[in-house]
Design a protein around this ligand. Structure first.
Ligand code: UFG
Length: 357
């Protein structure tokens, strides 16, 4: 069923991949983005693009009303963990208070389906791996807390609105799916979309920049962890598979699915050294790798138990292969991103934003 969907942060890395898949699936998409880290060129032409902030309640309510919005997918948020330690209020204001403001607008305008970008950062350093959704949540930085608090608010709103619901079967009312992302990486298979965040810190992006000569090399943050090769292990998921999980979550909520929190990864991990070797092999560039000291707040290993997401959603990953993740990330870094950045001509989006605001 085609829906009217508001995508906050739809000009960003994961949001733009999801907006594209939503449009392709026939949904009518409105993107709300303040361009803190997003790009106009990343938004599909057939989506309406509105420049603005999720915390602007009046704007959001107008959008929800004017576009007869039926579901919200909420990506907009800050994502840099060390920055959240230095400037926690920035994260609580934008990620937590901004999300609350958006939820409030949904309540007032009767939008009952909400999909939220949560993070594996809510687990902190899990004692048992792979981590299940019911593992204790114990974030180790304000970024993780800002996401966890948003999950709590969603839970409580969904509980209160279920009580309000007139439906005798206990279904209906405000419902949400919070997707706890593990390590998102890669770029679109067709090479036209990818991560364009300046001063990125994520491993695969950094390694691809090094392979393309955009930085001198890569420093490994610690090789004395209790893992097979001493470097940290993460569960890397291709961005297009992650985007597809949002569409599956939308179908699930549309079919009256109840609120859920779901891990979004592949269920197995690779070490930092394995990732760097893969990028070296794919690029054919033997970029410099330096062993450095541990980075504060890094858990030695973080992998997802993905039993629940496969039980609940109709979601089949299509790019479950570190080589595909690294190959697409490298192609984007080498070719795709520069082509996109050169696109400066105003697009149809400008017109749609003038019409709506
Ligand atoms: N790493 C390096 N060198 C680099 C960059 C990263 O050795 O230049 C290592 C890190 O120390 C870590 C691994 O590569 O062991 C992955 O690091 P990333 O920065 O790519 O990703 P994180 O695992 O730190 O972050 C991810 C998500 C966050 C989330 C976090 C939860 O991107 O949003 O997992 O732990 F909060």
């Amino acid at each position: 069923m085609a829906l009217n969907v508001l995508v906050t942060g739809g000009a960003g890395y994961i949001g733009s991949h999801t907006a594209r898949q939503l449009v392709t699936a026939g949904h009518r998409v409105v993107v709300l983005d303040n361009f803190y880290s997003g790009h106009r060129w990343a938004v599909p032409n057939s989506a309406s693009l509105i420049e603005g902030d999720v915390a602007n309640g009046e704007l959001v309510k107008r959008l929800l009303r004017d576009h007869k919005t039926q579901a919200v997918i909420h990506f907009a948020g800050h994502i840099v963990v060390p920055e959240s330690v230095e400037n926690p209020q920035k994260y609580y204001l934008n990620n937590t208070a901004g999300s609350l403001s958006l939820m409030q607008a949904c309540m007032e305008m009767g939008v009952d389906k909400f999909i939220f970008s949560s993070s594996a950062a809510v687990y902190g350093t899990p004692e048992v791996l792979p981590a299940r959704e019911d593992a204790p949540t114990a974030p180790i930085n304000p970024y993780g807390w800002s996401k966890l608090m948003t999950e709590w608010m969603l839970r409580d709103l969904a509980t209160s609105r279920k009580l309000d619901s007139a439906r005798s079967d206990g279904q209906g009312g405000f419902r949400y799916v919070a997707l706890r992302y593990f390590n998102v990486a890669g770029a679109s298979i067709d090479g036209s979309l990818g991560q364009a965040t300046p001063e990125a810190t994520h491993l695969i992006k950094v390694a691809c920049e090094a392979a393309c000569g955009k930085r001198d090399g890569v420093t490994v943050f610690g090789d004395d962890y209790d893992t097979a090769d001493g470097t940290c292990i993460r569960d890397y998921i291709h961005v297009e598979d992650l985007a597809r999980a949002h569409l599956a979550a939308l179908d699930y909520l549309t079919a009256d699915g109840k609120s859920e929190i779901l891990n979004c990864g592949y269920g197995h991990g690779f070490s930092v050294s394995e990732v760097l070797n893969q990028v070296r092999q794919i690029s054919g560039v033997d970029f410099a790798v330096t062993m450095g000291s541990r980075r504060a707040g890094d858990p030695p290993a973080l992998t997802a138990d993905v039993t629940r997401i496969h039980e609940v959603l109709d979601w089949t990953p299509q790019h479950q292969d570190l080589a595909v993740i690294c190959r697409t990330a490298h192609a984007w870094e080498k070719e795709g991103m520069s082509k996109r950045s050169e696109t400066t001509a105003p697009s149809a989006h400008w017109l749609s934003s003038l019409l709506v605001i």
